[in-house]
Design a protein around this ligand. Structure first.
Ligand SMILES: Cc1cc2nc3c(=O)[nH]c(=O)nc-3n(C[C@H](O)[C@H](O)[C@H](O)COP(=O)(O)O)c2cc1C
Length: 404
């Protein structure tokens, strides 16, 4: 349990389990928190405004048109430390997953930058329907926590998966999430690049790489959760970007460099996770390069691309922390780590995250194994195979204390 009093928004969906949520308000209040109940209009058909106002001690509105002077559709979400949605109905999760803003609660869900926890409740058929499962996956990909419902008695005499967790279980899961949260990056401006650049050969072809952007996204999400103001520069990233993260989309290394240059001077930390092409075609053909009749293949001349990490280091503002990533393979000259150490010394960045990409197991995967090398610290922090989220937090654990 947290010791700090939290501003908790309790979003209530239109399900029969709404009546149980009355005791959830009690539990949250009794642990010293301020609770603002935001029911959907459907939820008010199950439990009325008077109950929520009396239990929470706060006004209750369900539409953006109520109490407009307070601008509740923005202020409630922005001021929240935690949002709990219970019961999370199939309809409410569908609306939230698609970014709807057609009642006060969905507006709150769009403006909240704090953790959001959903406690679903519905009949088994609704819960197991692929549409609902897809919405649950989308909400999780957006960085929300969707608790698994219990298996048990449902609204009627039937039973199965879909029963809302008991209020005590929801409170424990939600408060544990907040107390586990380390907020050591509050007020920090952080830029992270993710994905892989593409260098055009002609209007059809490009030279690219296998980077999916997942590690960069995990770093952005972890930094957001630790309180940072995050900008993610995405090079050809197709994965979902969680909410609360500013995004800039680029394609080539030159575009990525421009995007980084535009924001680096205002940033406390720059993390270069993106795989930027080292070489680009010297000439980009305006027309598709045709196959020659004599069967010969064209010779493509490559040129070196600008070293973005090196120029960041050269132009860094005082106190700025710069992290590079090195996807390495060992060779006859040196091991992966030896290549990493040489790169750290050559680039002059503050930390280098080295991963062995022999056999391609890092690209597109949800986990990885890395060693973090630090410029001003003899330690070499090896992180055995772990989720990209765990690796992200391990990096922030090292970077946050180093920020002045
Ligand atoms: C008696 C009754 C019980 C309901 N229980 C649930 C439920 O437990 N879960 C659910 O997803 N929908 C349930 N529904 C359907 C929702 O009320 C309906 O989908 C509504 O649009 C949800 O509104 P919301 O998005 O504001 O939650 C129930 C409807 C009725 C009439």
């Amino acid at each position: 349990m947290t010791s700090k009093s939290l501003n908790i928004v309790l979003g209530v969906g239109g399900g029969i389990a709404a009546y149980k949520v009355a005791s959830l308000v009690r539990l949250l209040k009794e642990s010293g928190n301020d609770v603002r109940v935001v029911p959907t209009p459907s939820a008010l058909k199950f439990v009325g405004t008077a109950t929520w106002e009396a239990l929470s001690g706060n006004p209750v509105v369900s539409q953006v048109w109520d109490n407009v002077a307070e601008v509740p559709h923005v202020s409630i979400g922005k001021n929240a430390d935690l949002v709990i949605v219970a019961p999370a109905t199939a309809d409410l999760m569908s609306r939230a997953a698609h970014g709807a803003a057609n009642d006060l609660l969905t507006n709150v869900l769009l403006t909240a930058t704090c953790p959001i926890v959903y406690a679903p409740a519905m009949h088994t058929e609704m819960w197991q329907n692929p549409a609902t499962q897809k919405n649950v996956s989308t909400l999780r990909a957006h960085g929300n926590v969707v608790l698994e419902p219990a298996v048990g008695r449902l609204t009627g005499s039937d039973s199965g998966p879909g029963r809302m967790l008991e209020p005590e279980e929801i409170v424990a899961a939600a408060l544990a999430l907040v107390s586990a949260q380390i907020r050591d990056l509050v007020g920090r401006q952080i830029v992270i690049t993710a994905g892989g650049t593409r260098e055009n050969l002609d209007p059809v072809r490009f030279i690219g790489n296998r980077s999916s952007g997942k590690q960069g996204i995990a770093l952005a999400l972890a930094a957001r959760d630790r309180g940072a103001d995050v900008t993610l520069i995405c090079a050809n990233v197709t994965a979902q970007i969680p909410s609360g993260i500013k995004t800039v989309f680029v394609e080539s290394g030159a575009e990525l460099k421009n995007a980084v240059d535009a924001i680096a001077s205002q940033s406390d930390v720059v993390v270069m996770t993106a795989a930027v092409a080292d070489f680009a075609p010297a000439h980009v053909s305006d027309t598709k390069i045709k196959k020659a009749d004599d069967g010969s293949a064209p010779t493509i001349e490559l040129v070196r691309t600008p070293d973005i990490l090196a120029s960041l280091v050269a132009e860094r503002k005082p106190g700025q922390f710069i992290v590079g990533f090195a996807a390495e393979t060992g060779d006859s000259q040196a091991s992966v780590l030896e290549h990493g150490r040489a790169k750290l010394a050559r680039k002059g960045c503050d930390a280098l995250v080295v991963n062995d990409v022999t056999g391609n197991h890092a690209f597109g995967s949800d986990d990885n194994e890395v060693t973090i090398l630090l410029k001003d610290d003899a330690r070499e922090v090896h992180i055995p195979r772990a989720s990209k989220s765990d690796i992200a937090h391990a990096l922030w654990d090292l970077v946050a204390p180093a920020l002045s």
